[in-house]
Ligand binder design. Sequence first.
Ligand code: NDP
Length: 387
Amino acid sequence: MSTRRILILGSTGSIGTQTLDVVRHLNALRDRGVSAKRFEIVGLAAGRNTELLQEQAAEFGVENAFAACDDAGCAERLVREVECDMVVAAISGSAGLQSTLAAAELGRDIAIANKESLVAAGKLVTGACFASGSRLYPVDSEHAGVWQALMGVVGPDAAYPVRTLPASVERVVLTASGGPFRGKRPDEVAEATVEQALAHPNWSMGAKNTIDSATLMNKGLELIEARWLFGVGNDRLDAIVQPTSVVHAMIEMADGSTIAQMSAPDMRTPIQLALMRGSIVERPARLDLVELGELRFERADPGLYPALGLAKRAIDEGGTAGATLNAANELAVEAFLGKRIRFREIVRLTADAMDAAPARPVNELGDVLDAARLAREHVERGISALS
Ligand code: NDP
């Protein structure tokens, strides 16, 4: 394989730093028989952590193409200016939308961690991919799991997004760990503190994603992401709880068989698969099933996790519903992290914003940004009314 030029957006975050770990690892394999360096980092974008950004730029020899950004336009500019073979979209939240969309328009391959861009603007991002030939390589472990499970059905080189899956694949099932509040009653978690909600049992992630995992909004966002990557609606999509996060996803086949993807809960595995565009190379994160002993599966309790119902509603409504859900949730999570609202208000405020703004068609970015702005205004009013 010739050296692949990588631009990382969100390089200082959880996914960004693990991507650089994977690049170090894969480039070091060169010493063991691979002739050329696999990856060259040609650009880095981050937010406030300028010290780490500069260290990364120095280590990977990125001379000019790195930026500490305080708006969404900055990463987008980098995408438009820097020639590369793959963009790693790992900015958190809706700040990642414009840069992901630009990469799709330019026909770049995208290792996509920023699920929010698909949730808010899946129609635009996938539409740009279909027009430009840009391919999305899922970094989210569940979607990478679906991708791997599908390799046995559609072949290793199938590209995503797709407009729909073959009829032999009846359902795509994502798993959720259930987060820190699994097994509790809804009234027990209503007043959960920020510290309790941030204590995820299996994964170490950025704060926004960790709170989303406690409400299970993360799984809801992932259902919407799956809808766009794999072209399936609610009738062919589900999320169930698998507490140890070892099974990441399953596909249920028409003949009654289920193909599951299992790996240790280590994000470097799906990141590597995305960077390698599906080629398998060794990775130290091994799964010992005998040590694990047993696998359990549970239905996701709709009373404890109302966010899942909201996400399914957004899939059914389509249009701007995803943008509304995403923006409302993002602001509510920020308010919870800032200790302005209680845990239970996150999903309630998001549901209120969806009730207040019936879905409208999405034809251009402005439709998404308008819906997001209205949702934020609605949630902001809701937060003010609480105090
Ligand atoms: P983090 O909060 O750890 O990192 C976010 C990154 O985005 C940081 O590098 C941050 O910079 C940067 N950033 C924020 N705003 C901007 C901006 N305007 N322009 C450029 N960079 C910006 O998040 P995660 O790594 O956890 O998550 C990133 C994405 O990956 C999210 O969409 C998440 O849902 C998804 N994801 C994460 C998983 C995980 O295990 N962490 C698993 C699956 C998906 P700085 O820190 O310098 O301010």
